[in-house]
Design a protein around this ligand. Structure first.
Ligand code: ATP
Length: 244
């Protein structure tokens, strides 16, 4: 039996600074379900709880309360099983710690169990597929523009065998052309059969990219549906005015 559900979250709460006076309730009883092989966008204004949710799915944060399964595994008990199957690009991530694009992707693949020579071969293939100019392959990654750095992170993700890709505000700081390219790559991930969950502030991005949009506000889901349905509804327009 293969379930078509990639993520199922039931009554998820995250309270920061528990037991202190300045506690913050980032998630308050969030329920959601994400189907395999789809691109789902979490849309919401600053502080809505998008990053918190993504980091819980990425097994980087423990929820205060709630049940969450990721690819059929329990997010608290099966941390390592989940980590083997997911790839995460955090907000403002930069491949700066690695000496070159080639090393960056190779290291990522070696960590995923590839032999060194296979990793290098696969990394080269990926860099050409992504049209990262060959003269950059062995240079310091910080020589690349922000857009190329973002591509590089995505290249590592694409070269890995991850089933679920988590992207936190992937297009922030990109110019319009780089943003369109990024959307193309994300769509390609879906064509490769992967499940993508991303967060954004941009309605346009949610509309262009996703099969399913989930709007969260103050740690709760307030609306969801396919982007066209949502855009056509009055409710959607109303909520959008409330967003950024
Ligand atoms: P943004 O769009 O600004 O990234 P977001 O929707 O991703 O926002 P979160 O980053 O998840 O929202 O934040 C939700 C709430 O939790 C906010 O009020 C934030 O200030 C708070 N918060 C986030 N991280 C922490 C932390 N480590 N300690 C305390 N409070 C936190």
């Amino acid at each position: 039996f293969l379930s078509d559900v990639a993520i199922k979250a039931e009554d998820v709460w995250k309270i920061y600074n528990q037991n202190h006076t300045d506690e913050v309730i980032a998630l308050r009883g969030l329920n959601l379900e994400i189907k395999k092989g789809t691109i789902t966008t979490l849309l919401g204004k600053n502080g809505a709880g998008k990053t918190t949710f993504l980091r819980i799915i990425a097994t980087q944060l423990i929820p205060t309360k709630g049940n969450i399964s990721v690819l059929g595994y329990d997010v608290i008990k099966d941390v390592w099983k989940i980590r083997e199957k997911i790839a995460v690009i955090p907000q403002d991530a930069k491949p700066l710690l690695f000496p070159s694009p080639l090393e960056f992707i190779s290291s990522f693949l070696v960590m995923r169990g590839y032999s060194f020579s296979d990793a290098r071969k696969r990394a080269k293939e990926t860099l050409s597929e992504l049209e990262i100019p060959e003269e950059y392959w062995n240079r310091a990654a910080w020589d690349l523009s922000g857009g190329y750095q973002r591509r590089l992170l995505l290249a590592a993700v694409m070269a890995s065998d991850s089933e679920l890709i988590l992207l936190d505000e992937p297009s922030v700081g990109l110019d319009p052309i780089a943003r369109m390219e990024l959307w193309g790559k994300i769509t390609l991930l879906k064509k490769m059969g992967k499940t993508v969950l991303l967060t954004t502030h941009y309605m346009e991005e949610a509309e262009m990219l996703s099969d399913h949009v989930i709007i969260i506000d103050k740690g709760k889901k307030i609306l969801e549906g396919n982007p066209k349905e949502l855009i056509n509804s009055f409710k959607w327009k109303h909520k959008i005015e409330v967003l950024d």
